[in-house]
Write a protein that binds this ligand. Structure first.
Ligand code: FPP
Length: 224
């Protein structure tokens, strides 16, 4: 959800104002995805590197999660979308962990086939792979598994996205052309779409344009 800060700056507003509109865009686009049949929609909300931002901004983002997580889960529940949170949640404050638990409970009540909108919080692709390696190393240490038997599926099953398919399309808004540690393992065969639109300005028509571009791609998955 990149470009919130620049969106706010262009309007002479504090960066947090951009994050607030960005949170609304999340709800709009997540709902749209469900309506057009995209079963999994995943956004990057807070990276393992975002803790380096000024404490006021980190605090404001935590406040945003506090304020919008339950509200988002409830609105999305009414629209039939399960909100999930992915990432290393261990350093988050207890009240946010409680909200995430509540979000999970609401999402569970929609059943396993519901469309899912996931928010990656304290997520980092490398950190995720490191944690998967540690978990597998433990299984090897305890004799439960042989190192030579570790498969790609074993790794995938130890990622936060274990219950989800790999992404087909990754959209990066705001004009930056890099992956920034997002879904590193899962994106092996994803199609990328870069757009200069700042996330708070991202509309359903921008989603249509991204999907249209995706539909023009010739996906070969390493074949011919
Ligand atoms: C990147 O823009 C955006 C973030 C670091 C935060 C995104 C988080 C939200 C919108 C909150 C969502 C919460 C819910 C519950 C839906 P940036 O600050 O890096 O923008 P810039 O590159 O223009 O400075």
């Amino acid at each position: 959800m990149d470009g919130n800060g620049r969106w706010a700056k262009k309007r002479g507003l504090p960066r947090q104002a951009g994050h607030k509109v960005g949170a609304e865009t999340f709800r709009t686009i997540a709902t749209y995805c469900k309506d057009i049949g995209v079963k999994y929609f995943t956004v990057y909300a807070f990276s393992t590197e975002n803790w380096k931002r000024p404490p006021e901004e980190v605090g404001a983002l935590m406040e945003l999660f506090r304020r919008y997580l339950k509200e988002a889960a409830e609105t999305m529940y009414e629209r039939g979308v399960a909100v999930r949170v992915l990432g290393d949640l261990s350093p988050l404050p207890q009240d946010i962990l409680d909200l995430i638990r509540e979000t999970d409970r609401i999402a569970d009540s929609l059943g396993p086939d519901a469309a899912t909108a996931s928010l990656c919080i304290n997520y980092g692709g490398r950190d995720e792979i490191k944690n998967a390696v540690r978990a597998l190393a433990k299984e090897v240490e305890s004799g439960e598994k042989r190192a030579a038997d570790i498969t790609e599926d074993d790794i995938a099953h130890h990622l936060y996205t274990a219950h989800m398919p790999d992404p087909d399309l990754i959209i990066r808004p705001s004009g930056e052309i890099r992956t920034s540690n997002f879904l590193l393992w899962q994106s092996a065969y994803a199609e990328y779409y870069f757009t200069p639109v700042l996330w708070p300005d991202f509309k359903t028509s921008d989603m249509d344009a991204a999907i249209e571009a995706f539909n023009q791609r010739n996906r070969r998955f390493g074949g011919v």
